[in-house]
Design a protein around this ligand. Structure first.
Ligand code: HEM
Length: 495
């Protein structure tokens, strides 16, 4: 009987279990409606760990941040890739890229680490800095001058600038834009990217539904948007482009040499990378700029830092088509911008870190209690419970630009809960083995955008008393949440 209705009974040694009210779905609706509230209430009731049935799966939520370490240390009991491969195939529509399924022998995780971290960051940063300025400063794009204010939606602006610059940085351009001043060709390239942006928006809208398991053909417009995005990323089209990043160049090579994937499947693996590189970065950029503009103290501190760093690097803002450049080390030495970006992401991040148990095993928590986890169960961390815990972050819903700065204005890393120093207090990029391989690049590119905005433009939110737009909770679990509505701002060139 229990098997038929999908209800499971708690065995001795297992965490407290909630089967939920509805067969199969279990607690999915309550969790989905407000994950933070749901988890907090269960944490109060059950303590550091509990099990919820969610959409047919049994998920053990570990809510004690001191026990996150135990989860990281239990790596050998988890299969952290299978779930990711399956989700990627479901959302982007490629056949399996799990090497155990035999269509490729590429270890895509290793490819990411090789091409997004360490020295590989230098060319990415250089290319992004050029593309951002190219995108922001082209007079024919934004009609921006030093005379008249231009009014726009801040989210729309951040989306356009970051999408275009990020796309060009990873996937290259159709010609060398700096050396080819042909306006018609530049406009044609921009039209293609703006078209990709519209397709990306359509596809991204239904992303939560795809992850939840709905088939894409239910969504006609989004389905064709996904296919159009992928078409642009087919190898025959990518080969016509210049300055493609090492990441995509290597992925193309490995797709061609180590896999038997079809041409369209290969393109869809690139679409997965496009999505990963943009979906969180776009809202994270919006929140960073929004909070910066709304907080005069943040703007003052950030402007001082930017001016100092530019001066030290002998970079002068000119309005003569000459671009400024800051290298990785110079960008690394901007703790104020770092703190603003971190604080913005702390407030808007709602990612779910998931691991699947390969076998039955005992998970020992920080308080030495041990719990049995069954094979195929999921162990999940939901870092928002820490990001918004008033004991860890005083006044947790308030933006404090210097929250991550210590008294010497260096990065602050001491955060406490119940008098104990926390190792895990900030996790918008995930944790352990499933941590985002693009995290350094992400922070650098947002920093670059903030630096350029502060340097080139006078910029302000139109309604000084504007409220913070609410977070779109329908994407909770997927990363940085988007605002439910845009905010008007205006800008003009400083020169
Ligand atoms: C994975 C967050 C930007 C590339 C992830 C994961 C998180 C995350 C939480 C892990 C998901 C999981 O637990 O499975 C973010 C945030 C970003 C950002 C908050 C921006 C603010 C980027 C950028 C890139 C990137 C700019 C690339 C250029 C990736 C890739 C993965 C990933 C390739 C999958 C890794 C794998 O499965 O091996 N990201 N990310 N991310 N991210 Fe990011």
């Amino acid at each position: 009987f229990w098997l038929i209705v999908g209800i499971r009974r708690r065995h001795p040694g297992e965490p407290p279990l909630e089967n939920g009210l509805i067969p199969y779905l279990g607690c999915a609706l309550q969790f989905g409606a407000n994950p933070l509230e749901f988890l907090r209430s269960r944490q109060n009731k059950y303590g550091h760990i509990f099990t919820c049935k969610i959409a047919g799966k049994f998920v053990h939520f570990v809510t004690d941040p001191f026990s996150f370490n135990s989860v990281m240390r239990s790596g050998k009991h988890f299969d952290w890739q299978k779930f990711h491969y399956a989700t990627s195939a479901k959302a982007f529509g490629h056949s399996s890229i799990d090497p155990t399924d035999g269509k490729t022998t590429e270890n895509v995780h290793e490819t990411f680490m090789r091409t997004l971290q360490g020295d590989a960051l230098d060319p990415l940063i250089a290319s992004m800095m050029e593309n951002l300025q190219h995108t922001m400063l082209q007079p024919n794009t934004f009609k921006v001058t030093n005379k008249d204010w231009v009014t726009d939606g801040l989210y729309a602006f951040c989306y356009r600038v970051m999408f275009e610059s990020g796309y060009l940085t990873l996937f290259g351009n159709e010609f060398n834009s700096k050396e080819d001043p042909n306006i018609a060709r530049q406009e044609a390239q921009r039209a293609l990217i703006l078209n990709a942006l519209e397709n990306f928006k359509e596809f991204d809208k239904i992303f939560p539904a795809l992850v939840a398991g709905l088939p894409i053909h239910v969504f006609k417009t989004a389905h064709s948007a996904r296919e159009n995005l992928a078409k642009d990323l087919m190898h025959e089209n990518l080969r016509k482009r210049n300055n493609i990043s090492d990441l995509i160049t290597l992925r193309m090579f490995l797709n061609d040499t180590l896999s038997t994937l079809s041409d369209m499947d290969k393109a869809k693996t690139h679409l997965a990378v496009l999505w990963a590189s943009q979906a969180n970065t776009l809202p994270a950029t919006f929140w960073s700029v929004f909070h910066l503009l709304r907080c005069p103290r943040a703007m003052k501190a950030a402007s001082e830092e930017v001016h100092q760093v530019l001066e030290k690097a002998s970079q002068k803002i000119g309005f003569d088509g000459k671009y400024i450049f800051l290298n990785r080390q110079q960008l690394d030495e901007m703790p104020v911008l770092d703190s603003i970006i971190k604080e913005s992401m702390r407030l808007s991040s709602a990612s779910l870190n998931i691991r699947v148990a390969k076998e039955n095993f005992a998970l020992q928590l920080d308080n030495n209690e041990s719990y049995t986890i069954r094979k195929d169960d999921i162990v999940a961390l939901y870092p928002q419970t820490i990001h918004l815990d008033p004991e860890v972050y005083e006044d947790p819903l308030t933006f404090k630009y210097d929250r991550y700065l210590d008294e010497n204005l260096k990065p602050k890393t001491n955060f406490y809960l119940k008098g104990r120093k926390l190792k895990y207090y900030y996790l918008p990029f995930g944790s352990g083995k499933t941590k985002c391989p693009g995290r350094q690049f992400a922070v650098h590119e947002i920093k670059q955008l903030l630096t350029l905005l502060i340097s080139y433009f006078d910029i302000e939110i139109i309604d000084k008393n504007t409220k913070i737009p609410p977070l779109d909770q329908s994407r909770a679990g997927l990363g940085i949440l988007q605002p439910t509505h845009d905010v008007d701002f205006r800008y003009k060139l400083k020169a």
